[in-house]
Design a protein around this ligand. Structure first.
Ligand code: XMP
Length: 518
């Protein structure tokens, strides 16, 4: 049964404000999509939104080259909430004044409500809000009522209930705005009349329906890596189309200990998915023999992956679709979603897949509107184990970029064993410390050093432990692991992995280092 999905469109002026606000709205169980500020009123209307939010942004509305929206967006008759730059946009377009204030306002500040307000109803007369602006509205547009002020910002909120347009200078999406969530809730549920229906179950139901509508009785192939995104795509497609899904897992020999087995156990044994395990280990070892340069390694591994995959794909008859684990941030960041529609995305990603001569599949990207944590929630709901859903990032080129210098089977085996110990010890540590460490692994450098074991002199390889704390891998700090933990890892590696006689800990943050060594 098709029921219309309620939707909020967030108009994004840049600097990631749009993403944050879209996520807050989704946290309140209302589906929201981000569109760039260049989207026209008609294009927005085509998305059938129930409300619009104009996000913040770093520019000044009165400058010529600033981001300007189509003014008709304000006349669509939809409930609109604008904050920060979004508020200034409303003021600017509706005849108010915006000016550069003497003093900017950054951080938490006390705000005083002034008179009646639909948007601020139910929040205290005085409250803390989070501000980040240099420009301010200096004159409220005609027909609007001023509803709040702060000492540095006389126009902190205004509204026009008749037009259903509401605006705040402060950021309701930021946790430091003490009633920000209440204000968003008032906007969504009271003023826009929406209801919190966008739950993981409803998301899965809708996705399953849409996949069935698209795929019909055709067949789909998926390159399953065991990573979060491709695993969730596999589980979701399997729920939607069962045996019409065919997965290919390429074991390039650069995986961590136990990984191929875990993929086989979960997808073949538990989910009963048609899964072809391809052993391409020797093929990769041959291709990578003697290659030292990290970028060359990456290129060979990527190219070879698609070759192996398409060789398998061509063995199967009657496949129409190729599934991809593209997620929403990939779509947003690729800048290809002029109207937020999936079709434009598909094109851009399509170009990235090196289809061999004469081979073509249509793409299906069932996760292309979900953020990572939503993808995880879908995976859990579909019955995927935590070891997959909460797997830490693992680079596509795998252990190849954790072996400095050329790659051999012997080095891969050494690293795999040492890495398994690092992971086992830090998995346990992390469980007790609420996931404090974000990513951890072992690195095998291209050197040997002298040691002594028993009465024997050794001349063997060291292992470097890398463990970092991070939010998004853009920056990272080395984890301040307790000495006992480091000491246990060190003794275990030297004791259990023949060929290793020394262990070092990498104490560099990112920047200046990167998380990976290559
Ligand atoms: P760096 O080393 O750049 O890594 O600080 C940031 C994050 O990205 C992962 N990474 C990769 N992931 N292919 C991937 O899929 C790659 O070539 C690659 N290189 C780095 C890395 O594990 C870390 O989480």
């Amino acid at each position: 049964m098709e029921n219309k999905q309620e939707k909020v469109v967030v108009v994004d002026f840049g600097a990631q404000y749009g993403q944050l606000i879209a996520r807050r709205v989704r946290d309140l169980k209302v589906y929201s999509e981000i569109v760039p500020y260049t989207t026209s009123a008609q294009e927005i209307l085509a998305l059938k939104p129930d409300a619009i939010i104009l996000s913040g942004g770093p520019a000044s509305v009165y400058l010529e080259d600033s981001p300007h929206i189509d003014p008709e967006i304000l006349d669509l008759g939809l409930p609109i909430l604008g904050f920060c730059y979004g508020m200034q946009t409303i003021a600017y377009l509706h005849g108010g004044k915006v000016a550069n204030a003497d003093k900017g306002e950054y951080g938490g500040t006390r705000m005083q409500r002034l008179g009646e307000s639909q948007l601020l109803a139910g929040t205290p007369e005085e409250q803390t809000v989070w501000m980040s602006h240099r420009d301010s509205v200096t004159q409220v547009p005609e027909g609007y009522t001023l509803t709040a002020s702060t000492p540095n910002c006389p126009v902190a909120a205004f509204e026009n209930p008749e037009k259903k347009i509401y605006a705040t200078q402060f950021h309701p999406e930021v946790k430091h705005t003490s009633h920000g969530n209440d204000i968003l809730k008032t906007f969504l549920f009271e003023l826009a009349g929406l209801s919190p229906q966008w739950t993981t179950e409803s998301v899965i139901d809708r996705a399953v329906r849409e996949i069935r509508e698209q795929v019909k009785d055709e067949h789909v192939i998926l390159a399953l890596s065991g990573g979060v995104d491709s695993s969730v795509v596999a589980a979701l497609l399997h729920k939607a189309i069962g045996d019409q899904l065919h997965c290919v897992f390429v074991n390039h020999g650069l995986l961590r200990k136990g990984e191929p087995e875990s993929v086989e156990r979960v997808f073949k044994d538990q989910f009963k998915i048609d899964l072809k395990m391809v052993d391409a280990q020797d093929r990769y070892l041959n291709k990578l023999a003697g290659v030292n340069d990290p970028e060359k390694k990456r290129r060979i591994i990527g190219e070879e992956f698609w070759k192996v995959f398409f060789e398998e794909a061509q063995k199967l008859d009657g496949i129409r679709y190729l599934a991809q684990g593209t997620i929403y941030p990939d779509v947003i960041e690729s800048g290809s979603r002029k109207t937020g529609g999936a079709s434009s995305t598909i094109k851009s990603h399509h170009n990235l897949i090196p289809f061999p001569e004469g081979v073509h599949f249509d793409l299906i990207e069932p996760l292309d509107h979900f953020f990572k944590d939503e993808v995880r929630a879908i995976g859990t709901e579909l019955g995927l184990p935590d070891e997959i859903v909460y797997r830490q990032p693992f680079p596509g080129p795998g252990l190849a970029i954790r072996i400095i210098g050329d790659i051999t089977k012997e080095k891969l085996d050494l690293l795999r064993e040492a890495d398994a110990i690092v992971r086992e010890e830090l998995d346990a540590y992390n469980k007790e410390h609420e996931g404090a460490v974000w990513q951890y692994f072992a690195v095998l450098p291209d050197i040997r050093s002298v040691g002594v074991m028993g009465d024997e002199r050794t001349y063997a390889r060291p292992i470097i432990i890398r463990a970092v704390e991070s939010q998004d891998a853009m920056t990272a700090d080395w984890a301040k692991l307790p000495y006992e933990v480091l000491s246990r890892i060190s003794s275990r590696i030297v004791g259990e992995v023949a060929g290793i006689n020394r262990v070092a800990y990498d104490i560099t943050s990112k920047p200046p280092a990167t998380i990976e060594w290559e």
